[in-house]
Design a protein around this ligand. Structure first.
Ligand SMILES: NC(=O)c1ccc[n+]([C@@H]2O[C@H](COP(=O)([O-])OP(=O)(O)OC[C@H]3O[C@@H](n4cnc5c(N)ncnc54)[C@H](OP(=O)(O)O)[C@@H]3O)[C@@H](O)[C@H]2O)c1
Length: 401
């Protein structure tokens, strides 16, 4: 197909979008034709100019104007490019018509949503056609849920390669620091609560294809309390992104026809104090979520939080890091470990790297990607290409055992 662009970055004016312009200016191949898009030309020009002093090449960059509710403009946008990367969220508000336009024009798409109820809607609306047409619609290519999804994928692959066996149980523990929550992320969480999606959020198999949900659903519920884990030699407790990541990983497992269970946690220390903190953290998080269901409290909290367009300070992001430690076991008792990490903050530096490398994999490595299409997950859509690209971009990816 003869398209004008290889890649359009949509939502380029937001807190994440602006960082993505700089990343793409530095890392896109010189023959990759890419452009930025958003709802306002003036804002796009300002976003471009903000990075132009460091990356002068962006001065000549094409800009496409399309409001998230303007179906005609989105259709023209999707028809003009091979790949769309969107960071315009909340996705339940600004993502549905763009995904529909991409499916219509067989344009590959990726984003950084963690809004699992919205992903479910996109699966129900578009999976069948996108699968048939060979279009890759790939939500959750940021911190949620690339480290979890890639980690589980690598474990399963290595267990097969090294021991000719399947993993039956996979567990993961996150450590992270620095950074903080963006206004856009908080707006997405608030929108999910406001639109009464908490029940869907709690479904451990929300994203699974029909017929792949195990009978013992309750064994896969999100962990609330803390426990000491011998393999990690640490106390583990609820990880707030776990209810997103586990749904994505379970969809990947089901799409690949793999039977393993997957659960993930936040890693606390080894001491009893750490255990107590882990326990109260889980309960505290649940209580906070419950309180946010109450409208006046939610409105008060919203006034005190970062607003759309805002995010953590540069100093706080500079202190950022994340690490996920994934352990998998086979039925015969073999154990392997995968570590993925970076010295970038999870919600911005690392997310920008993961989403841009995902988009570049779709745009620059299409012929090397796994044969998969539909509304799918990062590991199913991008597999080893993404592993290779992230490692080349400085991300720690280690397998041992
Ligand atoms: N997966 C992860 O780890 C991760 C990490 C960070 C963020 N996120 C998600 O990424 C999304 C963006 O985060 P952010 O911090 O960059 O948010 P943000 O700064 O508020 O940016 C939102 C973007 O959406 C655009 N937008 C709003 N209304 C629009 C409309 N009607 N038409 C077209 N575009 C519109 C905004 O354009 P204007 O500038 O014109 O307002 C802006 O470009 C959020 O959903 C957040 O949850 C995910």
């Amino acid at each position: 197909m003869n398209k004008t662009f290889d890649l359009i970055l949509y939502g380029a004016t937001g807190f994440v979008g602006q960082q993505a312009i700089a990343y793409l200016a530095k890392h896109a191949a010189s023959n990759t034709r890419w452009a930025i898009a958003g709802r306002s030309l003036a804002k796009l020009e300002a976003a471009r100019d903000a990075v132009a002093h460091e990356h002068p090449s962006v001065k000549e960059m094409a800009m496409v104007v399309a409001d998230a509710q303007d179906e005609k403009a989105l259709s023209t946008l999707a028809a003009s490019t091979r790949v769309v990367l969107s960071c315009a969220g909340p996705y339940a508000l600004y993502g549905s018509k763009l995904v529909a336009a991409c499916v219509k024009h067989q344009t590959h798409y990726c984003d950084i949503t963690g809004e699992t109820p919205w992903i479910r809607q996109m699966i129900d609306a578009h999976h069948a056609k996108a699968e048939k047409d060979g279009t890759r619609i790939v939500p959750s290519c940021g911190f949620d849920s690339v480290p979890s999804d890639l980690g589980a994928y690598l474990l399963l692959r290595e267990m097969k390669k090294r021991h000719k066996q399947d993993c039956i149980k996979i567990k993961a523990a996150f450590s992270l620091g620095g950074g903080g929550l963006n206004g856009g992320t908080l707006a997405s969480v608030m929108n999910m609560i406001e639109s009464k999606q908490s029940k869907a959020l709690n479904d451990p198999f929300l994203l699974n294809p029909a017929g792949t949900v195990p009978k013992d659903v309750s064994a896969h519920r999100d962990p609330l309390g803390a426990h000491h884990d011998e393999d990690f030699n640490a106390w583990l407790g609820l990880f707030v992104m776990g209810p997103v990541n586990t749904r994505v990983v379970r969809r990947s497992l089901a799409l690949r026809g793999q039977q393993a269970s997957y659960q993930e946690y936040l890693r606390f220390g080894r001491s009893l104090v750490a255990g107590a903190v882990a326990g109260s953290f889980g309960v505290g998080s649940k209580i906070s979520m419950g309180l946010l269901e109450i409208s006046p409290l939610r409105k008060l909290a919203q006034r005190m939080m970062a607003q759309p367009g805002q995010g953590p300070s540069a100093a706080s992001m500079a202190r950022g890091f994340f690490k996920i430690d994934v352990i998998g076991q086979s039925a015969q008792g073999h154990q392997l470990r995968v570590v993925i990490g970076d010295s970038l903050d999870a919600g911005n530096g690392a997310t920008v790297k993961m989403m841009c490398e995902s988009a570049l994999a779709l745009a620059e490595n299409e012929d090397q990607l796994p044969k998969a299409s539909g509304v799918i997950t990062p590991s199913v859509a991008l597999g080893e290409v993404l592993e290779r690209r992230l490692a080349a971009a400085g991300m720690r990816v280690e397998i041992s055992g």
